[in-house]
Design a protein around this ligand. Sequence first.
Ligand code: LLP
Length: 423
Amino acid sequence: MNSAYSVGPHEVRLNSSSGTTYSVAELTAACPTPFWLMNLDHVRARARRLKSALKGLPVQIHYAVKANDHARVLSALKDEGIGADVVSAGEAKLALAAGMSAANIIFSGVAKTRQELSFAFASGLKQINVESLEELERIEAMALEQKSSLRAPIALGLRLNPNVCPETHPYITTGFRENKFGMDESAIREAVARLSRTPAPLQLRGLSVHIGSQLLDLEAVDEALALALRLQQELRLQSKSHSHMLWDRFDAGGGLGIRYETEDEAQEVALVDDFAACLTRHTQALLQEGSLREIMLEPGRWLVARAGLLITEVQYVKRTPLKDFIIVDAGMNLLLRPTLYEAHHRISPLLTDSQQVRQSFDVVGPICESSDFFARDRELPTPQAGHRLAVLDSGAYGRTMSSDYNRRGPAGEFFFAEGQITG
Ligand code: LLP
């Protein structure tokens, strides 16, 4: 699989699936900054690569829409046979509008409102992942109220909080006991006991587990899968006599990360192979005995992060006694990750001449906060006002986390597919 872009010393090139490469500067010269550029061919290539890593398993991929919810991205993924994992009715509507079927959409999230649950019931979403006993109580009550209008039983997953702590930024761990997500083992048991007594039209399909995002080490994933599948098997055997407790699905969540510091994608591609091996190891016995029929995954970042660039124009190169700043027209309003997680994004000039002296700069945006930076003390060729810079690997959690803080308006959005740029 080609990388989405290649960063040379003096330019960024877009790699198309046909093998042709394009100068991003030339390709987007007419696009006003700031803007996002998504290489949709790369998104599709990633989807295919992920599917091929998992081909021995009965897996359905549900893309985590929050990573990048643009209709073009959703529709490219739908064309690859991928469904959606959504965390609001708003996201579900986007997935449906992009042509994804309700039967291929999972609904996760800790704060599902009554309106959102009604919407999920009425649209017949594939599964609702329940995050608390309190939510289960609401779902039961609503399902009883709406019993006569339901076309089919409501399929539920129970989200386990396995109390594992993966190596990632603390803001994006979700499977540790201090986190608000999921239910611990005893709450899961209580939920199962409750469901075994329920007269509501509910169907329990299995556990779900998602322990965090930007995971590059599978140790905690391995631990969480072992715990979750052991528990699923135990609970299945206990509740065998209940025909509405099927235990035929397992949702292994998302979380696979990318290596933001480098252009080398080989390791993160190997990561999906290792993940597939880990998943196979933990599910093999259940699949063989026929109790488990479907494994669901919810990847977001791994599919789309590498495909996106944020292109911004240098406004000023500001010299001060202590530091030199490159001030650009995009900031934390568009790409919040460096501010929120001190996340690293590579930055590259779109086109430089080889004479430009390299020097250390802070790359900062226009927003009236000192937290508005893309990079600190980063060595870059000295630009001039009007030069364009690409902030790399910003296809995931870029535009979806952007805001209109300071009223700078939204950024443009451009897409590359099959040799063409479109807006
Ligand atoms: N499933 C659930 C239930 C999730 O909460 C998430 C992400 C995913 C799947 C997808 O995770 P992924 O495969 O993309 O790691 N804004 C942060 C990431 C937050 C992730 C939130 N949940 C960032 O920019 O790094």
